[in-house]
Design a protein around this ligand. Structure first.
Ligand SMILES: Nc1ncnc2c1ncn2[C@@H]1O[C@H](COP(=O)(O)OP(=O)(O)OP(=O)(O)O)[C@@H](O)[C@H]1O
Length: 298
């Protein structure tokens, strides 16, 4: 966890949002601190609230309750707008503009504009500067949107499923570009994604949402150290009672459980340290599967 005085890339207290005054809450009681200089994976199942949170962080929506801060500023204010870039899933770009027009517009609108990075990002994608944005493939448009965001030289880059429409080769290239930018420019990145294997090597912080609430906000190293995957005979399940069991499943007589041990483990278990993907999958499945287990046991 971060200390209270550590500068935050993104933080929230009691944050709540609903799309209609009488509608359900898309986010509720959210409190977290994502430290600066991290690449944060924002994960959660469909409808968990990831896009809503990124829109609030980027100043496109305003909280109904509580507060959110991006680089310690209120999203949408001049101080936040000049230092925070958001790439949304719909990537609003002018279809009649050429790629070069689009980058020129970025330069005109942003006093901190640095042409080198966006030009490189576009060139590496083999996209002609004279091509019209409306005639690009969705993946190519994603690249132009990322180029535009990086040209702002943001201190915080918010990306809503940026890799979803990129082919696997390009995904790797774009991720490498983002990591280089993060390392060289002290850029903080928060990116939502459903592609858990890709997050394993790139992200060092996880913000997990579950049904509009924060399930985890933690350093990935701590998560790896704290979790164990244990396999053993289902009859020994009672020995796990004193530990925080995140998720468990049984195949015949064999029980497999993802847990955060609270002390030494009793019983005869085969114990391994799970990777980040397994840990996140366990937390995403967790509550629902355990509730199912309890119903079965009743
Ligand atoms: N424009 C909208 N109007 C009304 N409700 C909305 C709107 N956008 C999202 N919601 C609701 O808010 C909740 C959170 O949605 P959100 O899009 O933030 O989830 P998400 O985690 O980004 O989902 P996904 O992984 O499917 O992209 C959901 O219940 C969704 O139905």
């Amino acid at each position: 966890m971060t200390g209270p005085d550590e500068p935050a890339a993104l933080s929230a207290t009691g944050l709540g949002f609903r799309y209609r005054a009488r509608g359900g809450w898309a986010l509720r009681d959210c409190g977290f601190t994502v430290p600066r200089g991290r690449i944060t994976a924002l994960v959660g199942r469909n409808g968990a609230g990831k896009s809503t949170l990124l829109h609030l962080a980027g100043g496109l929506l305003r909280p109904a309750e509580g507060e959110i801060r991006a680089l310690d500023s209120v999203p949408g204010t001049a101080s936040a707008r000049s230092r925070v870039a958001l790439v949304t899933q719909d990537k609003p770009l002018y279809p009649r503009f050429t790629v070069a027009d689009t980058l020129r517009m970025g330069a005109r609108l942003n006093s901190r504009w640095d042409p080198a990075v966006p030009e490189r990002v576009v060139r590496e994608g083999g996209i002609a500067p004279g091509a019209r944005v409306g005639e690009l493939s969705p993946g190519q448009r994603t690249r132009v949107a990322l180029a535009l965001a990086l040209g702002k030289r943001p201190e915080l880059l918010l990306l809503d499923e940026p890799l979803a429409d990129l082919d696997p080769v390009v995904r790797g290239e774009v991720m490498a570009t983002l990591m280089t930018e993060a390392a060289e420019r002290e850029l903080s990145i928060v990116l939502s994604s459903h592609v858990l294997p890709e997050l394993e090597e790139t992200c060092d912080w996880v913000l997990l949402l579950r049904d509009g609430r924060v399930g985890l906000s933690e350093d990935t190293g701590t998560l790896r150290e704290d979790h164990l995957l244990v396999t053993g005979h289902a009859d020994g399940a009672a020995a796990l009672a004193g530990h925080d069991v995140v998720h468990r499943r049984t195949h015949g007589r064999q029980l497999t459980a993802l847990l955060r041990p609270r002390g030494p483990l009793d019983g005869d278990w085969h114990v391994t340290h799970p990777g980040l993907e397994e840990i996140l999958l366990g937390h995403l499945r967790g509550a629902e599967a355990l509730a199912g287990d309890l119903k079965e046991a009743a």
